[in-house]
Write a protein that binds this ligand. Structure first.
Ligand SMILES: [Zn+2]
Length: 222
């Protein structure tokens, strides 16, 4: 499991991932003396990739028989993971950094619990793109065929995002959102205006059942 989300080198923004990676390097090198100094220093120092980290990374890379660039990247991470250098605390520091840079989720009007968790991110992309919430769960929702829709289960496997003016595919913010969420592995289909994207390899094609000039419908994989 690789959890580093960026290459650690001089000049990057300080972060908890620097501390986690350094912790793993010190364990990997069995370097007790620098370990003591490292944990005696302030968090702001532990989380900055300065000259001391460069030196450590070169030593760790030498031990792993990798080029000694003085950076923390996937190759060194892989070698150190194979040697068991990442303990629970090192992994947690990397995860906490990764969580901090994730775009924030937007809660549906009916609450997070009204929408299946697999769709929270796609829904949030739409809301952050300026679209409005037209509903997640709706027990009465039916497909044009009369069958129960993905809105009718709880939590819903569908959401609707509204926009104005109701120009369907020609509405630029709506089109941008539709293109951003179509193609994600958790999405079954997306309808906007007279077009539909389906996850069966056909991509975007014509949609003739109408009724989507003012909103995007998105269904998730069940
Ligand atoms: Zn819908």
């Amino acid at each position: 499991m690789l959890t580093l989300t960026r290459t650690l080198k001089q000049g990057v923004t300080p972060g908890k991932d620097v501390e986690g990676f350094t912790r793993a390097m010190l364990r990997y090198l069995h370097d007790g003396r620098n370990w003591t100094a490292f944990y005696a220093s302030l968090p702001v120092v532990r989380r900055r990739w300065g000259p001391a980290k460069v030196t450590l990374a070169k030593r760790a890379a030498a031990k792993a028989k990798l080029p000694q660039y003085g950076v923390g990247g996937p190759a060194l991470e892989k070698a150190m993971r194979a040697a068991g250098a990442f303990d629970a605390r090192a992994n947690r520091l990397l995860d906490e950094y990764a969580d901090g840079i994730k775009p924030k989720l937007v809660e549906p009007n009916q609450g997070f619990q009204s929408l299946h968790q697999s769709l929270w991110e796609a829904y949030s992309i739409g809301r952050r793109g300026g679209l409005s919430d037209l509903g997640t769960f709706n027990p009465d929702s039916r497909l044009p065929s009369g069958r129960a829709s993905d809105h009718s289960v709880y939590p819903a496997y569908a959401f609707d995002l509204g926009f104005d003016p109701d120009t369907g595919w020609a509405n630029e913010p709506a089109r941008r959102v539709a293109l951003a969420i179509a193609g994600r592995p958790e999405i079954e289909y997306v309808i906007l205006g007279n077009r539909i994207w389906t996850n069966d390899g056909r991509g975007w094609h014509s949609y003739t059942a109408g009724n989507h000039a003012n909103h995007i419908h998105c269904s998730g994989v069940r």
